[in-house]
Design a protein around this ligand. Structure first.
Ligand code: BGC
Length: 278
C-alpha cells in the first residue's frame, strides 16, 4: 500500500507533492502506468506522458474468463506488481465508465454494472487510479500523439476488436462514452455484425467484412457527418487487405499507435484527472 495515499493532495502542484510521497523528485520525468483491459488480454506499461512513449516493455496477461470484478482486479494488481509500481495508474476499461463507476457490460461479466472500478483498482494496487472507457483512452492517445494530431472538426476514432469501441472528438475535445458500437444495423447490434470478432466468428473474407464495415461507417456518416475516421484495434494492421473495399465519403486513416494507444491514453487521462481525485 502506498504510504499516505489516503492523505489528500492539493490539485495545484499535485505532482510535486505526490512525487515527494513516493520518494521521487519533482523534476523526475512524469511516468504513469497505463493499463488497457481488453476482451482477450490485459496489457500494461509505464508511459512517459510528456511524449506518449512506453518506458518499459509492455506486459500482457490473459483476461480472466468469466471477466468478473475480482479476477480482473487481481490481474490489474499483478501488472502493477510486475513493474513494482508506486505512482499514478490509468486504466482503460471496455464499458461505459462515469466517475469511476461501470455503467454497461457488453463483453464483460454483468456483475460489473454499478461497481466503482476506480475505487477497486486503487484499493488492490494501493495507487491512485483513474478509470475511463478503453476507446476513449485510445482516442486521446491518437488525437495527441498519433493519427489525429492537430486534426480539428468531428473525428471518430473506432477500435475494432472483440467489440467496436468509439471515441468522438469535436475540435480535439472528447465527448466521453459515446458507445457507437451498439448502434442498430440491420436490426442487430452493429458490433455483433461488424467487429473483428464477427469477422473471425463467421470466418468472413476481407472483402465480405469490408462490406459490413462500409455499412457501419455509412451509418455513422449519416448521423455525424464526420471529418475523419481513425481506425484502430489489432485488425487495423491489416488495413491494406480490407481498406480498398471500403466505400465511404469520409477520409479514413489508420491509427498510428496500434496496440499501444489504449495504454498511452489511459496514462494520459490519469495524469490529467488524478489531481482532481486525490
Ligand atoms: C463496449 C464499449 C467498448 C468497446 C471496445 C463495447 O462492447 O460497449 O464500452 O469501448 O466494446 O472494447
Amino acid at each position: 500500500m502506498l504510504e499516505g495515499s489516503s492523505v489528500p493532495l492539493s490539485t495545484e502542484n499535485w505532482w510535486e507533492e505526490f512525487a515527494g510521497r513516493i520518494g521521487k523528485k519533482a523534476e523526475d520525468s512524469m511516468e504513469v502506468l497505463g493499463i488497457d483491459i481488453g476482451g482477450s488480454g490485459i496489457k500494461g506499461a509505464p508511459v512517459d506522458v510528456s511524449n506518449g512513449k512506453l518506458t518499459a516493455e509492455r506486459y500482457r496477461l490473459p483476461t480472466p474468463q468469466p471477466a468478473k470484478p475480482q479476477p480482473i482486479a487481481d490481474t490489474v494488481a499483478e501488472i502493477a506488481r510486475h513493474f513494482a509500481w508506486q505512482g499514478p495508474i490509468g486504466v482503460g476499461f471496455p464499458a461505459v465508465v462515469r466517475n469511476g463507476i461501470v455503467g454497461s457490460a457488453a463483453n464483460i461479466s454483468k456483475k460489473w454494472i454499478g461497481v466503482d472500478a476506480q475505487a477497486l483498482f486503487s484499493q488492490v494496487t494501493g495507487c491512485p487510479t483513474y478509470v475511463l472507457n478503453d476507446a476513449d483512452a485510445a482516442g486521446l492517445a491518437e488525437m495527441t500523439f498519433g493519427a489525429g494530431r492537430e486534426r480539428r472538426g468531428v473525428v471518430l476514432v473506432l477500435t475494432l476488436g472483440t467489440g467496436i469501441g468509439s471515441a468522438l472528438f469535436v475540435d480535439g475535445v472528447l465527448v466521453p462514452n459515446c458507445e457507437l458500437g451498439h448502434l442498430e444495423m440491420q436490426g442487430q447490434d452493429a458490433e455483433w455484425l461488424a467487429s473483428d470478432a464477427a469477422r473471425k466468428r463467421e470466418d468472413l473474407s476481407w472483402k465480405k467484412w469490408a462490406k459490413r464495415l462500409t455499412l457501419y461507417l455509412n451509418t455513422l456518416e449519416k448521423l455525424f457527418s464526420p471529418d475523419l475516421f481513425i481506425l484502430g484495434g489489432g485488425v487495423s494492421k491489416n488495413f491494406d487487405a480490407f481498406g480498398p473495399y471500403l466505400k465511404v465519403q469520409t477520409e479514413i486513416v489508420v491509427a498510428h499507435l496500434l496496440n499501444e494507444a489504449g495504454i498511452v491514453g489511459a496514462a494520459m487521462a490519469a495524469q490529467r484527472y488524478i489531481p482532481a481525485l486525490v
